[in-house]
Structures are given as structure tokens and as C-alpha cells.
Design a protein around this ligand. Structure first.
Ligand SMILES: O=C(O)C1=C[C@@H](OP(=O)(O)O)[C@@H](O)[C@H](O)C1
Ligand SMILES: C=C(OP(=O)(O)O)C(=O)O
Length: 440
């Protein structure tokens, strides 16, 4: 795909539902007794893979013509042995959270995924889940495909997260639901807390205590989960693309409606405001147990900032597009604490650095840091390798809207994993996106 210099993005749009909340709504709905109705579910490939997995484990899942998803759950401990492998496609969240679900259920299941997912580390979840009694075997070290044998008699653990990861935390909390006694997870830095919020709403026995900058979360097993209606707010990680696009293309003013503003997810918005971004948060309210608001965004002259390491978990998926904003700012932007970017759908630190260099931007990439020299208007003109990574594709298409020369990404197909309507939504706002063969 190719993106060309654009001006005056305008319109009022709602990006699709939050990916993290969508995965959890299907999984926790599958564990409740009775029907959970989900409005605004993200219908991207990652979430659809989770829906298939829940159905393969015995939940009844149906989408009605009004767009509502109905999940008829089997109850905690009620999953049945799937007939074939569970394929999570490109999705780390789907695979890791579901490993937690199966780990304490007495069934066996093979977990697999696409070429990107098969390179991603799973030991971070299999290590604590083994302590709870699950067994994992495979031929590729800790990587997928893995055969998981759930514990017959699961044991509760007290676990301190070695990496700031909501996926690891959530895998353990979900495993704890079918484990007798009290399982405790301590996270030194707060990560997204959608699992905790949703489990509480469904009636799980869950306690959260603030501890320093982090949290201690305890789950007592065997509570019955009661179905709850879930309304999924717009995904801030998807909103990030039109948000940055409007800031860096001249003469733009857009409104992004109903965006999730959970404090564990709003690092990008806060950083862009620090950079001088004209972002107004209107109509702040609560929706389905989460804070949401409308973002009014106008083109802005951005300036470089220092983004502290402790902010990383609250914007971990947004660094590729932040780096694009930084390239279009005046001055240097320094980002620290980025080690986790190396183990996402691609090595995002390397992919961002290579993509920016290909478009004439000066970048310094350290082991876990990135420094981008802002250029106001970058030259562009490069071809970016996306490495099966949706966020790399979308971030560099956004760069192309503000660069002097068009920016090409080698493959736009992975965008469908998290934001299938990306191209339509962006072109609807006035962005010039297309295939290289299309007329300029
Ligand atoms: O829990 C979640 O829904 C997610 C957690 C993050 O991963 P880590 O837990 O690996 O940081 C994030 O990158 C991913 O897109 C979604
Ligand atoms: C890291 C991401 O997703 P996942 O870990 O679920 O593959 C992402 O969507 O940016």
C-alpha cells in the first residue's frame, strides 16, 4: 500500500472496539453461566480467532444481525477437549490468555499461530502456569505450536511478574479462576487492567491493592461468574493512527468518538499533549466500567520530548506511531524502556528504526531505547518492510500523509488483525491511501 501527502483531514469517526477488551469479553463470557451479550466487539482477525477458540472449547457463540455477539458460557472449569488445534493467528493476547484458561482445566489442546506468533516467547506464561500444574510440550522450545495439558488438581501461586505484561498477568488470573484457594500476582508497574475490571463485574472474588507504582491482585478460585452485558469502547491503540494523522497533516480537525481513556492505556494521548498536540478531551464519561471520551484533534506543530520508561506499559503498542509523530516534530524525541517492543508481532524497535531511515529520518536505536530527530516535514519516499506487523504498516502509512514523497509499505494485509476498516476510515477523513498501481 502507499500513502501520499494529504491535507485537511476532517470528520467525526468511531474507530472499532478495543482489542484487549474484546478478547476478554469473549473469554470471560465463555466462563460465565448463561448468556453474555457484547456490543461493539472488534471484528478483527485476532479477536475472531479467540471467538473460534472459545467455540472449540465448548462455548456457544453467535453474532446476530444487529452486530451483537452472544456468548453462552460453560461455567468455570466447564471447557471440553477441542477436536483440533486452536489457531490464534497473529494474536499474542489470544494465545497467552487462552493458555491461562486451559492450564487449569483437565483437557489437552494444541495451540498454534502464524509465522509471526510462532516466534514469540511463551515461557513468560508457561513458567507460572507450570507452577500451577499445567504441562507444555513442543519442538520449538517455548514457542508455538505447544501441546498444553491442563492441571487435574491446580495449585495457587504467588507470582511477581518479571516483565510488565498484562498478558502474563491475565493468563495467571484466568488460570486462578479454576484453582482452589488464593492466587496472587504482583506487578511492579501497573499494566492494562481490563481483566481485573471485567472479572469483578462478572462476580469473581478478586481484590486489587495499590503497591508503590504497581499492584497486587488476588483471585480466589471457584467463584461462579454471572453474565454481564459488555459494551466495548473504541480502541485507543487504533484511534492512535487517525489521531497522529490529524496532528501532522496541515489544516486538519477530526473528532474521535467514544475512545477508551483508561489510565493504563492513555500514555500516547498524554505524550502527544506534552509535545504540543492540540487534543481536547470532550464528554468524558463512564461506559461499561471504563472511562471514555471524545477526542477533538487539530493539526499542530509538535516538539520533541523525553518519554519516560515508566510510561511504556500505558502506550506499549503506540510507539511505532509515536515515532512517526516524533519524526514530524521539531527537535529530538527520546523514548526509553522499550525492551518489550522487540518481542511483539515483529521486532518493532528495529522495524521502526529501519522504516524511518528508509524515509530519510535520523534515528538512533539502542537495545531498549529510540531517539528520533524530528524534521518537521520528513522526506519520505521509502519502502517499509512490515514483517507481518499491523502496527508497523499503519504507522508508516500515517507518515506518508505528512511526508514530502509517498511512503510505501510492503504488505497491508495484516492491518485486518486489529483494524479491518483502517483504509476506509482514513480515506473517509481525506487521507490519500491506496495501492501503488492506483492513480496518484
Ligand atoms: O493484554 C493485552 O490485551 C495486551 C497487552 C500488551 O501485551 P504485553 O502484555 O505482552 O505487554 C499489548 O501489547 C497487546 O497488544 C495487548
Ligand atoms: C502486540 C499486539 O498484539 P498481540 O500481542 O495480541 O499480538 C498489538 O496489537 O500491537
Amino acid at each position: 500500500m502507499v500513502a501520499r501527502a494529504s491535507r485537511g483531514l476532517s470528520g467525526r469517526v468511531r474507530v472499532p472496539g478495543d482489542k484487549s477488551i474484546s478478547h476478554r469479553a469473549l473469554m470471560i463470557g465463555a466462563l460465565a453461566v448463561g448468556e453474555t451479550r457484547i456490543a461493539g466487539l472488534l471484528e478483527g482477525e485476532d479477536v475472531l480467532a479467540t471467538a473460534h477458540a472459545m467455540a472449540a472449547l465448548g462455548a456457544h457463540i453467535e453474532r446476530t444481525a444487529d452486530g451483537i455477539w452472544h456468548v453462552d458460557g460453560v461455567g468455570v472449569g466447564g471447557f471440553s477437549q477441542p477436536a483440533g488445534p486452536l489457531d490464534f493467528g497473529n494474536s499474542g493476547t489470544g494465545a497467552r490468555l487462552c493458555l491461562g484458561l486451559v492450564a487449569t482445566t483437565p483437557i489437552a489442546a494444541t495451540f498454534t499461530g502464524d509465522a509471526s506468533l510462532q516466534t514469540r516467547p511463551m515461557a513468560r506464561v508457561t513458567a507460572p502456569l507450570e507452577q500451577m500444574g499445567a504441562r507444555f510440550s513442543g519442538t520449538n522450545g517455548d514457542r508455538l505450536p505447544l501441546l498444553v495439558t491442563g492441571a487435574r488438581a491446580a495449585v495457587p501461586i504467588a507470582y511477581e511478574l518479571p516483565v510488565a505484561s498484562a498478558q502474563v498477568k491475565s493468563a495467571i488470573l484466568l488460570a486462578a479462576l479454576n484453582t482452589p484457594g488464593r492466587t496472587t500476582v504482583v506487578e511492579p508497574v501497573a499494566t492494562r487492567d481490563h481483566t481485573e475490571r471485567m472479572l469483578k463485574a462478572f462476580g469473581a472474588a478478586l481484590e486489587v491493592a495499590e503497591e508503590g507504582g504497581g499492584r497486587r491482585i488476588a483471585v480466589t478460585g471457584f467463584a461462579e461468574l454471572k453474565p454481564q452485558p459488555v459494551t466495548v469502547p473504541a480502541d485507543p491503540s487504533s484511534a492512535a493512527f487517525p489521531l497522529v494523522a490529524a496532528l501532522i497533516t496541515e489544516g486538519s480537525e477530526i473528532v474521535l468518538e467514544n475512545v477508551l481513556l483508561n489510565p493504563t492505556r492513555r500514555g500516547l494521548v498524554d505524550t502527544l499533549i506534552e509535545m504540543g498536540g492540540d487534543i481536547e478531551i470532550a464528554n468524558e464519561r463512564q461506559s461499561g466500567g471504563e472511562p471514555v471520551g471524545d477526542l477533538v484533534v487539530r493539526s499542530s506543530r509538535l516538539r520533541g520530548v523525553r518519554v519516560p520508561a515508566e510510561r511504556a506499559p500505558s502506550m506499549i503498542d503506540e510507539y511505532p506511531v509515536l515515532a512517526v509523530a516524533a519524526a514530524c516534530a521539531e527537535g529530538r524525541t527520546e523514548m526509553a524502556g522499550l525492551a518489550e517492543l522487540r518481542v511483539k508481532e515483529s521486532d518493532r524497535l528495529a522495524a521502526v528504526a529501519a522504516g524511518l531511515r528508509a524515509n530519510g529520518v535520523t534515528v538512533e536505536a539502542g537495545e531498549d531505547s529510540l531517539v528520533v530527530e524530528g524534521m518537521g516535514t520528513p522526506p519520505g519516499g521509502g519502502v517499509v518492510e512490515t514483517h507481518m506487523d499491523h502496527r508497523i504498516a499503519m504507522a508508516f502509512l500515517v507518515l506518508g500523509l505528512a511526508a514530502r514523497a509517498p511512503v510505501t509499505v510492503d504488505d497491508g494485509t495484516m492491518i485486518a488483525t486489529s483494524f479491518p476498516a483502517f483504509t476506509d476510515l482514513m480515506t473517509g477523513l481525506g487521507a490519500r491511501l491506496g495501492e501503488p498501481r492506483d492513480a496518484a
